[in-house]
Design a protein around this ligand. Structure first.
Ligand SMILES: *[C@@H]1O[C@H](CO)[C@@H](O)[C@H](O)[C@H]1NC(C)=O
Ligand SMILES: *[C@@H]1O[C@H](CO)[C@@H](O)[C@H](O)[C@H]1NC(C)=O
Ligand SMILES: *[C@@H]1O[C@H](CO)[C@@H](O)[C@H](O)[C@H]1NC(C)=O
Ligand SMILES: *[C@@H]1O[C@H](CO)[C@@H](O)[C@H](O)[C@H]1NC(C)=O
Length: 549
């Protein structure tokens, strides 16, 4: 019951976030009105993100040409137009996503800027940002609504990275009576944050909140939250900070919010919100404010000596994360936080069928909210339909039934998802070619032929070829598709250690994204020669290569 309530809260909350609040319309500028659409953007977001970026990249030598940006002007939109800030922010949110060496920092021409923007966009989609309908040109021109939309996604991914049980076991302190760790693991980061705030509010004897919107407007919950989480001087490296609660009884909302933010400032957490954003209950910016508080001062202790089955707490595998990022980058709704749990009603799977051009009859689909009684039956029906569509699409689904998806059976769900991703990847090829079924052999032949024609000595025998772990074939192929793009002085050859291989692989993956290839695979997939992900790398390179012929 509690779980249901949490997700209902999250739903209305998400709706509130999506609703445009405090929007600032750009009226009558020639360029936008000539497009026939008028886009608006939130000045509050601009202000918040600029300050966040200024702090995050303050010391980065590669950003000094644009930092600090003035949060009160439109300078952000110009500053992001060479792609460097975006690359840096992506890499901060998911460390090591972008190989430093692939960013064009010095010589800035339209071409090298385009490359940076390709790198940023393709890397953003690899970490799960929904970047369909945003092109390098939009960023080049600094289209405000698109820039802010992308930045919010990148920032949010970074803020949410550790709000996840397997990465932060102390979150188990949020378990309620009768709940198991598995129940808690099903919650989205937004739900966990709300739980976290309420955990501390309860300890403070203050009333629960249901959202970071209307319920925090008077700053009083925030005062209590800050007071609970501020360091108590019990840890060596964190001197005690006592929150000054005098502002709590301030009569005026603005003054109270301001006093609260002064206390947040003493914790180094005055980020994302102004007093006005608190008073208006801006859901997006207040969510970010709270997430940052959580990251800096979780103030939770991992429960000991209790009947908690820690065995269920397995971190996400790399493959699971890649699948999830791929889905999210296509903009599936709801956002997938947990690969198995979030697919149990097949709604996301059905959306993925549409992405691979398998028509879905939506009138046959049960959509949420599901009735209280028979919820699971409705979900199971969807799963059965999803399996049927797979059979029609000639997927290999031997032994897989709707029940398995509905159960969240890992092996079988992965099997379905992989076939979706594989088909998605190959569709890119079919769109370019003559509609012929492109199979692994054809890709391998194309790779061999292309490398040989360019006088490269590398080749691959199949997607399990151990030689792939050096990434040399990938780098040669990139250099063939876009001549002289690879700096071979940076590439390690000969007897390679694991570290050397990883170094080459990071360079290869970022280089591929830089020449315009949307690759979801990770460097480790090349080093370990994971055949599925290796296949997607070569298939996407082939797609790019054929487009250029
Ligand atoms: C990306 O992050 C990694 C790890 O934090 C770092 O070593 C690397 O230099 C960063 N790259 C960029 C482009 O900032
Ligand atoms: C926040 O929760 C309160 C109840 O605690 C509710 O009255 C209010 O409508 C909610 N606001 C939003 C924006 O969801
Ligand atoms: C998932 O399905 C496979 C194949 O039917 C089965 O062997 C396995 O036990 C199932 N896993 C779970 C957790 O039920
Ligand atoms: C690719 O090249 C290797 C080496 O020449 C060869 O063994 C393999 O059969 C080729 N594969 C295909 C599909 O052409």
């Amino acid at each position: 019951v509690q779980e249901l309530k949490d997700s209902e809260v999250a739903k209305t909350f998400r709706k509130a976030i999506n609703r445009k609040e405090g929007i600032f319309a750009i009226g009558g500028t020639s360029e936008l009105s000539s497009e026939g659409t008028q886009h608006s953007y939130s000045e509050e977001e601009r202000y918040a993100f600029v300050n966040w970026i200024n702090t995050a990249l303050e010391k980065d030598p590669d950003c000094q040409h644009v930092l600090p940006m003035d949060p009160n002007t439109d300078s952000l939109f110009k500053s992001v137009s060479d792609g460097i800030i975006l690359c840096k922010m992506i890499n901060l949110s998911v460390p090591d996503t972008i190989d430093e060496r692939t960013i064009n920092k010095k010589k800035k021409t339209p071409f090298t800027i385009q490359e940076n923007l390709n790198l940023a966009l393709n890397s953003a989609s690899a970490i799960g940002c929904h970047v369909v309908n945003i092109g390098a040109l939009d960023l080049r021109e600094g289209k405000p609504h698109l820039v802010l939309g992308l930045l919010w996604q990148i920032i949010k991914i970074g803020l949410f990275a550790d709000i996840e049980l397997s990465r932060n076991e102390a979150l188990a302190a949020l378990l309620r009576d009768g709940e198991t760790l598995e129940d808690l693991m099903k919650l989205s980061p937004e739900e966990l944050l709300l739980r976290w705030a309420n955990f501390h509010l309860e300890n403070a004897g203050w009333q629960k909140i249901n959202n970071f919107s209307s319920d925090i407007k008077d700053s009083r919950a925030y005062f209590h939250l800050l007071n609970q989480i501020s360091p108590k001087g019990t840890e060596e490296d964190q001197p005690r900070i006592d929150i000054d609660m005098t502002g709590f009884s301030e009569k005026d909302d603005v003054k109270r919010a301001d006093a609260m933010l002064q206390q947040a400032d003493r914790l180094g957490c005055r980020q994302f919100v102004t007093p006005a954003d608190v008073i208006s209950g801006n859901p997006k910016l207040n969510l970010a404010f709270v997430a940052n508080l959580f990251n800096k001062y979780p103030a939770l202790t991992k429960p000991e000596n209790e009947d908690i089955n820690w065995g269920v707490l397995e971190g996400e595998t790399r493959e699971e994360r890649t699948f999830r990022n791929w889905m999210n980058s296509l903009g599936v709704n709801p956002h997938v936080n947990h690969l198995y749990g979030d697919l149990q009603d097949a709604i996301v799977i059905l959306q993925l069928y549409e992405k691979i051009k398998v028509p879905v009859e939506w009138n046959k689909v049960n959509k949420p909210p599901y009735p209280k009684l028979g919820t699971n039956m409705k979900k199971l029906e969807n799963c059965n339909y999803a399996v049927k569509l797979g059979q029609d699409a000639k997927f290999s689904l031997v032994g897989i039934g709707g029940q398995d998806l509905n159960d969240g059976n890992a092996t079988l769900t992965l099997a379905v998802v992989w076939q979706l991703m594989r088909r998605y990847t190959l569709n890119v090829l079919e769109q370019l070619g003559d509609g012929e079924k492109v199979v692994d052999d054809i890709i391998v032949k194309w790779v061999n032929m292309t490398l040989a024609n360019a006088g490269k000595s590398t080749m691959i025998s199949n997607f399990k070829d151990k030689e792939i772990s050096t990434s040399l074939a990938v780098l040669d192929l990139i250099d063939t598709i876009q001549p002289n793009s690879v700096n071979f002085e940076l590439v390690k050859r000969g007897m390679l250690s694991e570290e050397d291989k990883l170094d080459n692989a990071k360079y290869a993956i970022s280089m591929a994204r830089k020449i315009g290839v949307r690759i979801y695979a990770l460097p480790e997939d090349l080093v370990e020669v994971k055949p599925k992900m290796v296949m997607t790398v070569f298939a996407c390179l082939m797609g790019c290569g054929m487009k250029r012929v």
